[in-house]
Design a binder for this molecule. Structure first.
Ligand SMILES: NC(=O)c1ccc[n+]([C@@H]2O[C@H](COP(=O)([O-])OP(=O)(O)OC[C@H]3O[C@@H](n4cnc5c(N)ncnc54)[C@H](OP(=O)(O)O)[C@@H]3O)[C@@H](O)[C@H]2O)c1
Length: 301
């Protein structure tokens, strides 16, 4: 038996509920786990709202990533065994915000013992995205990386990856998160009206790479600061970034293993700042849905 957070119709949070369902059996190329922690992401509420399409089967389970202990493996899975501690992306039709779930084996890695289950649950989506968005365009040490939305789950990890590579990192975030952004070694720039001018004061010559995690008008305001318009990468607003000459993030398969290693060696901290029990999973979703959480939110059954 498994308990999982689902939504019953595309729309608002009122369509969400925790339900009991049968055992979670892995199909070919999948593995079942007892969930220890699940990351909550903006993509979860966007999926529920129908912003990512409305053609899935309902009720639909929520949660794209989880860490836990393997309880069974599907046909063709050779790299994992029952009892292994793992982290990965959920398989199609399964949700991580649950007591038990099913992961795609090819999008799963062993959890190093140095990484807690809570931190591990943030790696497959936010961690791997932070890795991809900071590697899509190669910078050299000393070059400048500007992150718009630096205090969120992706932004904090992207800032720390930038420091590992010895980039000069500038992070745009709300004033409440100044200390948190500065703790990554980045130079803090307050978001809101005039943010682009404040960046200009710190980097009058412009920046070598702009990583956009916000989109819309804030992206339009910041984009002219990129010395080369192609060096603007967005995780959130593909049409605006392309219109401005930049590109949407391209997700890669190697990112999961690479960022897991970096976190294992303590070079990047996922900054889990809110932990919810499964019974309170709707509160965790609501917190992320505000769009103003700092660091990562996880649910622990
Ligand atoms: N394409 C992909 O594969 C992919 C993967 C992961 C994430 N994403 C997307 O990338 C975006 C960021 O993800 P996330 O997980 O980091 O989100 P998150 O944890 O919810 O963080 C969002 C952050 O953006 C900040 N923010 C909002 N408006 C801002 C502004 N005008 N200037 C500066 N900061 C601002 C918020 O801080 P304040 O409190 O200061 O507002 C918050 O800290 C989301 O839209 C997500 O869906 C895409």
């Amino acid at each position: 038996m498994s308990t999982v957070l689902v939504f019953n119709d595309y729309g608002g949070p009122e369509t969400q509920e925790l339900i009991d369902q049968g055992s979670q059996l892995p199909g070919p190329g999948e593995l079942a786990i007892e969930v220890k922690a699940a990351g909550v992401n903006p993509a979860d509420w966007k999926f529920r709202e129908g912003l990512l399409g409305e053609d899935g089967q309902l009720p639909a389970p929520l949660g794209l990533e989880a860490s836990g202990v393997v309880t069974s493996v599907g046909e063709g899975v050779e790299d994992f065994a029952v009892g292994d501690e793992v982290l990965g992306l959920t398989a199609p039709g399964h949700g991580g915000i649950a007591t038990h779930t099913v992961l795609s084996a090819e999008k799963t890695v062993l959890k190093p013992e140095e990484i807690s289950f809570a931190d591990a649950a943030t790696i497959p989506v936010a961690g791997a995205t932070a890795y991809d968005v900071t590697h899509q365009i190669e910078l050299a040490p000393g070059q400048s990386l500007l992150i718009l939305g630096a205090a969120g789950g992706v932004g904090l990890m992207a800032a720390q990856i930038g420091k590992v590579h010895e980039f000069t990192v500038l992070g745009v975030a709300g004033i409440a998160d100044q200390e948190l952004v500065e703790s990554t070694g980045a130079t803090f720039i307050e978001s809101g009206d005039g943010a682009a001018d404040r960046v200009r004061q710190v980097a009058p010559e412009g920046v070598d790479l702009l990583v956009d995690l916000v989109g819309g008008q804030p992206l339009r305001d910041m984009a002219p600061l990129a010395k080369n318009p192609q060096n603007v990468i967005s995780t959130v607003d593909p049409s605006t970034v392309q219109e401005l000459g930049g590109a949407a993030v391209v997700r890669t398969s190697e990112a999961l293993e690479k960022i897991t290693d970096v976190i294992k060696y303590g070079l990047v901290n996922p900054h889990v700042r809110a932990r919810y029990r499964l019974a309170d999973a709707q509160e965790a979703m609501a917190a992320v849905e505000t769009g103003h959480t700092a660091g990562k939110v996880v649910v622990e059954p």
